[in-house]
Structure formats: C-alpha cells, structure tokens
Write a protein that binds this ligand. Sequence first.
Ligand SMILES: Cc1cc2nc3c(=O)[nH]c(=O)nc-3n(C[C@H](O)[C@H](O)[C@H](O)COP(=O)(O)OP(=O)(O)OC[C@H]3O[C@@H](n4cnc5c(N)ncnc54)[C@H](O)[C@@H]3O)c2cc1C
Length: 386
Amino acid sequence: MYRVNEAGSTLIESCRKIATNGVASAAANVDAQAQFPESSIRSLADAGLLGLTLPREVGGHEQTPGAFAAIVEELAQSCASTAMIYVMHITATQAIAASSTLGGKNELLAEIAAGRHLTTLAFSERGSRSQFWAPVSRLDEASHGNFVTSAHKSWVTSASHADSYVSSAQKPGAESPLESVIYLVDRKADGVQVEAGFDGLGLRGNDSTPVTLKDVAVPADRLLTELGAGAPMMLEVVLPWFVVGTAAMANGLCRAAVAATSGHLSAGRFEHDASALRDLPNLRARLAQMSVRTEQSRALLAHTAQAMEQPNEMTPLFVLQSRLAAIQAATDVTDLAMKACGGAAFSKHLGIERLFRDARAGWVMAPTADHLQEFIGRALTGLPLF
Ligand SMILES: Cc1cc2nc3c(=O)[nH]c(=O)nc-3n(C[C@H](O)[C@H](O)[C@H](O)COP(=O)(O)OP(=O)(O)OC[C@H]3O[C@@H](n4cnc5c(N)ncnc54)[C@H](O)[C@@H]3O)c2cc1C
C-alpha cells in the first residue's frame, strides 16, 4: 500500500516478524498490567528501527514517511502501545534531526540509530491542555546565554523510559504563546520529576505520564530551534510525522479489527440450525463497511506520505485530512467490530475490546478530531490556522 524502496521492504519484513512474535505475545499483558513494553522496544532498537528515518551518515536507514507508516501499521496490529511509543520516538527524532541549533546533534543521532537512545515529545501542558501550539511555560534567561524553565507537562509518552524529551515553551519575553521555542531535556536532568504512573482506558502500556520541570537548566546548545521559531518546527516537522505515525497506528488497529471480525464470523456457528455467523447479511454488511473505511484511510495516508516526499501547496491539507480520516475510521471500525462480534468481542478472548479502547486514544490526542476539523475548514476557506 505505502510506496517504499527495497531497503524499506526489508525493514518492514523484519518489523513484521518482530511484531507477530514477541510484540504480539507481550501485548495482552502490557494492556492488562499497564506495563511499558520494554522487550518490544528493545527488539525494535536491536533491529536498528529507532533510526529508521535518520541519515545514513549517522547510521540511520534514511527511510521515507511511507516506510514509517508501513512499520507502524505492522506494530499497531499486534500492540498499539508499542506502536505509539515508536511514533513518539520517530517524531521527536525528526525534530532533533531538523535542528540547526542543537550542539552534539550528530553524536546524539548516532546514539539513536544505534538503538541506545529513546526519545519522545513533551508538548502538552496542564495550562494549554490539547492546544499544544500555545505552551504556557516559558524559558527564562539565565547566565552566559543559557536558560532555565519550569513546566507542568501533562502527558509524556514513555515518560519514565525515554532518555530525552523534545519539549516546548514560550521564548523569553514572548508576547504571544505562538512565540515559542523547542528544546531538548534529559530525563535525568536536575529538576525533572515524572509523576504517578499512567492508567488509561487504552494504550495502557504507553507510560503517558505527567512530568514536572522545576527550575530545569536549558543550556543554549540544547535549543532545537531559534528563540521564537518553535511554531514553524511544530507545524512543518513535528505535525506531519506525528500525523503519519498516528494515522498508521489507527489504520493498523482497523486492519486488526477487520481480521479478527472476519475470522470470528467465518468460524462462529449456530448448532441448532447448522448455520454460521457469516450467513447473517447484517454482520457481513458491517464487515464490508469496516473493510471499505480501512482501505479508504490507508489509501489517503499512502497518498499523503507520497505528497510529503514531493510537497506542493496541497500537502499540508492532505496531512490534516489523513489524520482526521484515520482516527474517525479507527473509532468507527472498532465500534462496528464490537457490534458484529457481539459478546465474543465484549469479552477479552478475541482481542477486539482492546482494539476498541486503543482506538479511542487517537481521537483525543492533539490535534484532536475537533482541532483537525477546524483547521481543515479554515484552510479550505482561506483563513489562517490560528
Ligand atoms: C494515550 C495518550 C498519549 C499522549 N501522549 C502525549 C505525548 O507523548 N506528548 C504530548 O505532548 N501529549 C501527549 N498526549 C496529550 C494529548 O496530545 C492531548 O494534549 C490531551 O489528550 C488533551 O487532553 P485534555 O483533557 O487536556 O483535552 P482538552 O483540551 O481539555 O479538550 C477537551 C475537549 O475539547 C476539545 N477542544 C479543545 N480545544 C478546542 C478547540 N480549540 N476547538 C474545538 N474543540 C476543542 C477537544 O477536542 C476535546 O474534545 C497524549 C494523550 C493520550 C490520550
């Protein structure tokens, strides 16, 4: 579905093996215990997949958004928590790679590509909630051109496990929250406090925990952007990669729901009249709808991934549309799967109720479905996004 080169196909195949073996067998426990999928992330690191999109000169695979989408889709069919952790890592990695201000950038990228450094995004704040483009925290000037900051980051995926956070704040003296800056924080830096563990409805292995920064030193060479240039990096680098990753995660959940439903409808029997679940036209109709929504969303994402490789003025619109289509498809398709498979889906043995819960997370992650509709509507009527 997603256009990839030969090296990309090899990586996708190796990810598929990891996903259908170790990742899949750990998934039920990751969900039940809200446990970070350490062994799954280690397998991805050992396979060189943490550096999927990084340049070859730092040891990466220099792969495209299409390869990223295909890999996330593989992971999400087995364990959406693992997929989400991976999406946040690759998205944050792209921000680091795009930086022209970070000191020691190539050494850090080499560590990431070697599978020795996991990173993530820390954008959402208690004060700005889902409106991540408007941080309320601020960098203040300290001595020798360095900075200091305090912040309540409300959700940080991999909070206790990532080695670094790609974080956002207003620049010193900002007159608007859009005058922001992106910077890198080490998880073990003085003043970084990971709060209580994550116990969510879905993506329960994510460790998406609040993190408090208290008087954390931000040396000038840890800035990922110039002061005031945070919003362009958020919109031009972070958003498109986050969209590809989260849309692919939604598509993977849809594919898993279609497969589980089709298997159950084909195998389920009514003994009293020797018929099967698949003999019921209403159940077949639900499955057909599920399949169409899934493939529509995948096709739009494949188109968007290609548009990101050769951008034109429509690319930002396709980016926004593909995330909206995917998160709506995932909530609708997993809901249809619950209805098509009845009590068997409601109980845990088909794994459909986990897909249903995991799919809900995509909807509330920023940009949420509400934000996306608003942004798309504004773009289509010639209004600025903010
Ligand atoms: C599993 C999970 C993992 C996450 N991981 C991360 C992470 O790694 N890093 C990170 O930075 N964040 C992360 N987030 C946070 C996420 O991106 C959102 O910031 C968070 O879910 C917002 O929740 P809230 O209650 O503050 O939403 P609120 O902002 O209170 O939103 C409540 C409702 O209001 C609507 N709404 C808000 N603003 C508008 C508007 N302008 N127009 C119309 N409707 C609006 C929303 O769509 C929503 O329906 C994660 C979230 C989840 C669920």
